[in-house]
Design a protein around this ligand. Structure first.
Ligand SMILES: Nc1ncnc2c1ncn2[C@@H]1O[C@H](COP(=O)(O)OP(=O)(O)OP(=O)(O)O)[C@@H](O)[C@H]1O
Ligand SMILES: [Mg+2]
Length: 215
């Protein structure tokens, strides 16, 4: 993973998936913690404005966050410590009526430009590709995309379609994260046999242990 990210000149990486509940938030949070522990300055941003949950991982409240900042332009202390050395968090904030529009706004571009100066890597947690336009909008702002795939949720066709959808808007797919992999699980082998369909460029397979959830 480190190797994949090192190849990127700048550091805004979004974590998404084809469908819901594949582990985007879990992967983003765990990746953030691991990278901070490895000495990087990491900023986690909850860009899932429809159902923000990243704050739960760090036991932070979500009374203010990205949506409020994008709407009001001036929100104090929006970047908060996640309680781990080198790790900061911008929570999602109050659920807005127009998430796609906010994420595609000039205010979002200004926000990302500002925060990328503050750290080594920005990790964006996002909604699923097929939920709304949000993921496609964010893919155009990010330097790279990690596509989370949890066995038993999306089919190979759906993941291939999600990847195509993102590539069509110019996304740079860094890799596929296989979440909740059970060793010896036939679905894992299934993915191994079929992932050539997913890989035009380098695909990094990162098996996230199936006890990587919170708690
Ligand atoms: N590797 C894992 N091991 C154990 N539990 C996991 C793992 N990955 C995800 N989970 C659990 O599955 C549920 C969904 O995970 P998560 O919230 O990370 O998915 P998501 O893709 O962000 O969902 P959404 O589409 O709603 O944003 C959570 O309860 C989480 O704790
Ligand atoms: Mg999530």
């Amino acid at each position: 993973m480190e190797q994949v990210l090192k190849n990127q000149a700048a550091g805004i990486v979004m974590v998404t998936s084809a469908g819901a509940k594949e582990g985007k938030t879990t992967v983003a949070a765990n990746l953030g913690v691991v990278m901070a522990q490895a000495g990087k300055k990491v900023l986690l941003v909850d860009a899932n404005l429809r159902a923000p949950l990243l704050h739960d991982f760090f036991a932070l409240e979500n009374s203010r966050g990205l949506a409020d900042l994008l709407l009001k332009n001036d929100v104090p202390d929006v970047v908060r410590s996640a309680g781990i050395n080198g790790l900061w968090l911008v929570t999602g904030g109050s659920v807005p009526p127009n998430p796609s529009e906010l994420l595609g706004s000039e205010a979002m571009q200004i926000f990302l430009k500002r925060i990328r100066m503050l750290c080594d890597i920005v990790l964006l947690d996002t909604p699923p590709v097929f939920a709304a336009a949000d993921a496609a909008v964010l893919a155009q702002l990010a330097d790279g995309v990690l596509l989370v795939v949890k066995s038993g949720i999306s089919t190979v066709d759906q993941v291939t379609m999600a990847k195509h959808h993102l590539t069509m808007v110019g996304a740079n797919i860094l890799g596929v994260v296989l979440n909740d992999v059970k060793m010896g699980n036939s679905k894992y082998l299934y993915w191994e046999q079929n992932n050539k369909k997913l890989s035009n460029a380098a695909i990094a397979q990162v098996a996230v242990a199936n006890d990587a959830g919170k708690g």
